[in-house]
Ligand binder design. Structure first.
Ligand code: MLT
Length: 266
């Protein structure tokens, strides 16, 4: 459905009924990366999966889009949907960076947290430099070089060899994304604050999920985060890389189901 928020109109998939789960996609993707989770959890929950500002079918804004701005957009989407009860947040990678801002800005809107393949630390100077180089390349050559750089880093060896359909789907999504949206998010990620200090203050049940071959946000880093969040558990997904919910949906859905059942979050 279309939802008008602040200065833009967003595409949001909303299905099912019950406790709301808000799915926040990664960069530079759209809400369809969650299709397997939306099919599974819409049976017993209300699933809400927006295309973030600048991605998928949502409107784009130029300049910089901060993680803070995305979090305000999500808050506005929940308002427009008349969701008053706290939600289960579920974000992947950039969706995780946005989740830290959402938790800071709207703590009362959060009931539990699921974070896939993400990190709490800010970008290193080297990572910021790489993002600036990518912006220059995109501005001259468009989105094709993004696929060349990112695809090998997003998936496990097994997925790159035997799960061609998801690799192709992500490639197509990236190629169809407007360069201004990608550039605005790259700037926003480069300037995001460090959220490591937030971890020990999180008072909500938290599940961390990470692909065992994740090159971008590796298992050790996520284990370190799990150690700092008081009520956190971590599941490592065998055979998956950075895109674990797409690469190994059954394992990821099982981990989420067990977490939700254990904490009576239905
Ligand atoms: C993502 O998957 O959202 C990106 O890899 C995040 C990033 O570039 O830091």
């Amino acid at each position: 459905m279309r939802i008008s928020i602040n200065d833009i109109s967003c595409e949001v998939e909303v299905r099912g009924s019950g406790q709301p789960i808000l799915f926040i996609h990664g960069f530079p993707l759209d809400h369809t990366m969650w299709n397997s989770q939306l099919d599974c959890f819409s049976q017993s929950y209300q699933v809400i999966a927006p295309d973030l500002r600048g991605f998928g079918q949502s409107h784009v804004t130029t300049g910089t889009v901060s993680m803070n701005q995305y979090s305000h957009d999500l808050n506005e989407i929940l308002d427009q949907l008349n969701i008053t009860e706290p939600v289960i947040l579920c974000g992947l990678s950039m969706g995780g960076y946005i989740s830290w801002e959402f938790i800071r800005n709207y703590p009362d809107r959060v009931k539990a947290i699921i974070l896939c393949d993400t990190r709490a630390a800010a970008d290193s100077p080297e990572a910021v430099g790489n993002r600036m180089k990518m912006i220059e390349t995109i501005q001259t050559e468009g989105t094709a070089p993004v696929t060349t750089v990112m695809l090998p880093k997003l998936f496990s060896t097994e997925s790159l060899k035997n799960r061609q359909e998801i690799v192709n789907k992500i490639k197509e999504t990236i190629l169809n994304t407007l360069t201004v949206g990608i550039v605005a998010a790259l700037r926003g990620m480069a300037e995001r604050p460090d959220s490591t200090e937030l971890l020990s203050s999180i008072q909500k049940p938290t599940l961390l999920i990470v692909g065992e071959e994740d090159q971008l946000t590796p298992v050790d880093e996520m284990q370190g985060m799990a150690n700092q969040i008081p009520d956190a558990e971590i599941t490592v997904i065998k055979g998956a890389g950075h895109m674990s919910p797409m690469e190994c949906p059954d394992q990821v859905n099982e981990a989420i189901k067990t977490f939700l059942d254990t904490h009576n979050l239905e």
